[in-house]
Design a protein around this ligand. Structure first.
Ligand code: GLY
Length: 385
């Protein structure tokens, strides 16, 4: 590592640098395996399988490459990340039902960070194209950004909004910043308020899906989605809310979003089992035999560091310590350092338990947020989300 925080004195500094070196080695090997493909998930064999660039996770591997480039200055990471924004943007001109509200997850870690780090004009254009696409999904009567194109049954669901979409809002905030057009930011704030009203519960847990009448925009009900039930508490959704509202607070300075992020954080931390690794849902009737979700833990860990940046001491310390506790537990028991042939960083992530997709797997977004959290602890100053 070339550029790490100078003068860190606490015990963790060695662990942070060691972990980043291990991540760097694993990702160098993954570059060879991936070529120009998009790693998505790895099962027990530890070999990453690929998805097309239109799939919502396509930004995470490039995002890891850009973070490593920014931390180390090594051209190898930049070269492997360079063409990804054009690759994903190519799908705007092709038939696909996959491009949806998640273009933030795809273009913030590719076009936007590339433009930030290199000033590349084509990356700026791709980022703005993606922001326009995201803005085109805004539902004016309901005040939300439409989720997905089809529901799990293959039917269109124009009245659905989801909590995860909070993480895509930084694309709209960025677009307002670079274009000087406040409408992107206005849409982001309206979506954040709608989810605040209907998706984030008083206790800080979340509903995954909020369903609205697509004609009138009136709220109908909440749905379980990737959680166990409409009134359960999908752990990754809670982590998305924690991190997402911390980001909306950073962009707006409005205290209601800081309070929302804190509520989600406090629920997440209070609901953790004794060993500190979340089950895929915090309100399971029976936990026996149910999988964990390490991706929820790392999203929360990185989000807690964002929250820590937003508050003064001694509160800052509280959130930073909670983040480090999560990272320590994961690094101790859920990493693959003892297996060179395992291409992922973390095991024990759960993609979609109700549909039985990628249960107890390695997922590229889990690996991304693990690296992102350690990069923040090492003093990485740029931000992707
Ligand atoms: N699409 C976001 C998630 O599965 O968490």
């Amino acid at each position: 590592m070339r550029r790490t925080r100078q003068g860190g004195t606490d015990l963790e500094q060695t662990i942070i640098e060691e972990t980043l070196s291990r991540i760097e080695s694993k990702i160098e090997r993954l570059i060879e395996h991936a070529g120009s493909s998009y790693p998505d998930h790895a099962g027990p064999d530890g070999i990453y399988k690929f998805r097309q660039a239109d799939w919502w996770t396509s930004g995470f591997f490039p995002g890891m490459l850009w973070i490593l480039y920014d931390l180390t200055g090594r051209e190898r990471f930049k070269a492997a990340a360079w063409g990804r924004d054009a690759d994903i943007a190519g799908w705007f001109g092709r038939p696909t039902v996959e491009l949806n509200h998640d273009v933030g997850f795809q273009f913030l870690p590719t076009a936007v960070i590339k433009h930030t780090l290199t000033g590349d004009g084509e990356a700026l254009r791709h980022g703005l194209t993606a922001a326009n696409f995201l803005a085109s999904r805004f539902h004016p009567a309901g005040g939300f950004i439409r989720a997905w194109n089809l529901g799990p049954d293959g039917q269109p669901r124009p009245g659905w909004a989801i909590v995860d979409c909070l993480m895509n809002l930084p694309l709209l905030f960025w677009a307002s910043g670079v274009s000087g057009d406040p409408r992107y930011k206005q849409m982001a704030v309206i979506h954040a308020d709608t989810i605040l009203k209907h998706g984030l519960r008083e206790d800080g847990s979340v509903s995954h899906i909020c369903s609205f009448d697509p004609e009138s925009g009136h709220f109908i009900e909440t749905l379980g989605g990737q959680g166990a039930a409409p009134d359960s508490a999908w752990s990754r959704g809670t982590a998305w809310a924690l991190y997402g509202y911390a980001l909306v607070y950073r962009a707006t300075g409005e205290s209601r979003y800081l309070h929302a992020a804190k509520r989600a954080a406090h629920y997440f931390l209070a609901a953790l089992p004794e060993d500190g690794v979340p089950y895929w849902d915090f309100r399971l009737v029976r936990r026996e035999g149910e999988p964990r979700d390490t991706s929820a833990a790392v999203i929360a860990a990185s989000g807690l560091l964002e929250l820590a940046e937003s508050v003064p001491d001694p509160e800052r310390r509280l959130y930073e310590d909670a983040s480090k506790r999560l990272l320590r537990v994961l690094t101790g028991a859920w990493t693959t350092w003892n297996d060179d042939s395992h291409q992922a960083l973390l095991t024990g992530a759960t993609g979609n338990r109700p549909l039985g997709h990628h249960v107890d797997f390695s997922l590229i977004f889990g690996d991304y947020f693990y690296l992102e959290a350690f990069a923040k602890l090492a003093g990485w100053k740029h931000r992707i989300f």
